[in-house]
Design a protein around this ligand. Structure first.
Ligand code: SF4
Ligand code: SF4
Ligand code: FES
Length: 258
C-alpha cells in the first residue's frame, strides 16, 4: 500500500528532530505521523481540518468520540481523539455525532413520581440486558451498566452521582444492543434529581431573596462609580477564603455584607 505523506496543513505540530514516524490508518488510508501525537493531532497532521468532531481538546466536551482497531487485533476500541495517543497500526474512525433519543420534557411539570416519568420518557432503559458493553466502551471509565441498573431500580440519586462524569460522547449508545441512549437518559435523571429530589439549599434561597430585594444595590452602585484602578486594588486586596478551608470553617472579618 502507498504511504501518504503528511501534509501538516491542519495542525501546527512540528515533530521534534528525529521523531519516529509511525503508520496509522485514518478512514481507511495509511498515513505516516510522528509518534506521541493524540489521535486528534495525528488526524490534523495528516492534512484533515476539523469542522465537526472537535471542541475543547481537553477531554471535557465529548465531541471527539473515536473507534479504532489495531492491525491484526479483532477488538474494537474506543477513546476520545483529543486524549488518546495515536500508536502504530491504529485503524481510526472518528464519529462526529451519534443520534440519540432525546424526548421532549418539561421539568417544571414533574412532581413526585420521577421514576414513573423516567419510565414513560425512556422505556428502553428497562430493556437493558446487562451485557456490559457500554461500560467497556466508555472512555471516561464510567460504569454505565451500573447507572442504568440504578435507574431501573429507581435510585435516581445513585444514577446521578454515578453518571456525573459523563461527557456525552455517545459511544455507549452506539454499541448498546437494547438501543438505549444511556447518556441522554442519565442527563434527564440528573436534571430530575436536581429539580425534584435533591434537598433545596436554604442559604442559596436566602441569598437570592436578599439580592432580588435590593440589599446589595447600594454596594453595586458604589462599585460602578469607582475608578477602575480602585476597583482593581479592592479586588487584589480582598480578604480571601483560605485554600482547602473546610465547609463552614471560615468567616470574613467584616460580616456586615452577609
Ligand atoms: S457514559 Fe456514554 S456518553 Fe457518557 S462518557 Fe461514557 S460512553 Fe460517553
Ligand atoms: S450496552 Fe445496553 S444492554 Fe448492554 S449493559 Fe449497557 S445499557 Fe444494558
Ligand atoms: S475535543 Fe472535547 S473531549 Fe475531545
Amino acid at each position: 500500500m502507498t504511504k501518504i505523506k503528511p501534509a501538516a496543513t491542519g495542525d501546527r505540530t512540528i515533530p521534534p528532530k528525529g521523531a519516529k514516524m509511525i503508520p496509522i490508518f485514518i478512514m481507511g488510508r495509511e498515513y505516516m505521523v510522528p509518534e506521541t501525537l493524540t489521535i486528534m493531532k495525528a488526524i490534523e497532521y495528516s492534512g484533515y481540518k476539523y469542522t465537526r468532531g472537535c471542541g475543547c481538546r481537553g477531554g471535557i466536551c465529548g465531541a471527539c468520540a473515536t473507534f479504532y482497531r489495531f492491525v491484526g487485533d479483532y477488538r474494537l476500541r474506543t477513546g476520545l481523539a483529543c486524549q488518546t495517543v495515536a500508536t502504530e497500526g491504529m485503524i481510526i474512525m472518528q464519529i462526529p455525532f451519534f443520534p440519540s433519543n432525546r424526548p421532549d420534557y418539561n421539568l417544571e411539570t414533574v412532581t413526585d413520581t420521577p421514576h414513573e416519568v423516567l419510565r414513560a420518557l425512556y422505556p428502553e432503559v428497562f430493556k437493558c440486558v446487562g451485557c456490559g458493553t457500554c461500560t467497556r466502551t466508555c472512555p471516561m471509565d464510567i460504569d454505565v451498566m451500573d447507572y442504568i441498573a440504578l435507574m431501573k431500580r429507581g435510585d435516581l440519586k445513585g444514577a446521578s452521582i454515578k453518571s456525573f462524569d459523563c461527557v456525552l460522547c455517545g459511544l455507549c449508545a452506539s454499541r448498546c444492543p437494547a438501543q438505549i441512549s444511556q447518556f441522554t437518559a442519565a442527563m434527564f435523571v440528573r436534571r430530575l434529581y436536581g429539580r425534584v429530589i435533591m434537598p433545596k439549599a436554604e442559604h442559596l434561597t436566602k441569598r437570592v431573596t436578599e439580592i432580588t430585594s435590593g440589599k446589595y444595590n447600594g454596594m453595586l452602585a458604589d462599585l460602578a462609580e469607582m475608578d477602575r484602578d480602585v476597583v482593581k486594588k479592592l479586588y487584589v486586596e480582598r480578604e480571601r477564603e483560605p485554600d482547602m478551608s473546610g465547609a463552614g470553617a471560615w468567616m470574613p472579618k467584616d460580616v456586615s455584607h452577609l
